[in-house]
Design a protein around this ligand. Structure first.
Ligand code: SF4
Length: 102
């Protein structure tokens, strides 16, 4: 099952994930990142790369996170592929701290 970007990415968008993905399946807009579920090969390399633990395998999602499956599929089809690390959004470090990550 593909991996998905969940709510922790919102308002920070660190994009470390794109540096480890072997198939360039990360897409993004001005708020967050999305994984193309067709392109994802389930290697799991992106999970430890994310500084706010925003990425999960679908089977590991809690019930209240399952909405991200459709959001990733829909938004990845309408946003550009992101292949290089981007500047995090303003407030990203504060967002990371608020989420409990150092
Ligand atoms: Fe890319 Fe692997 Fe993460 Fe899928 S699991 S998004 S292929 S790094």
């Amino acid at each position: 099952m593909p991996h998905v970007v969940t709510g922790n990415c919102s308002d920070c968008r660190f994009t470390d994930c794109v540096l480890v993905c072997p198939v360039a399946c990360f897409h993004g807009d001005d708020q967050r990142m999305y994984i193309d579920p067709v392109a994802c090969v389930d290697c799991a390399a992106c999970i430890p790369a994310c500084p706010v633990q925003a990425i999960s395998e679908i089977a590991d999602l809690s019930e209240d996170q399952r909405m991200w499956i459709d959001i990733n599929a829909e938004k990845s089809s309408s946003t550009p592929v992101i292949r290089s690390k981007q500047t995090p959004l303003p407030g990203a470090e504060e967002r990371r701290a608020a989420l409990g990550f150092s």
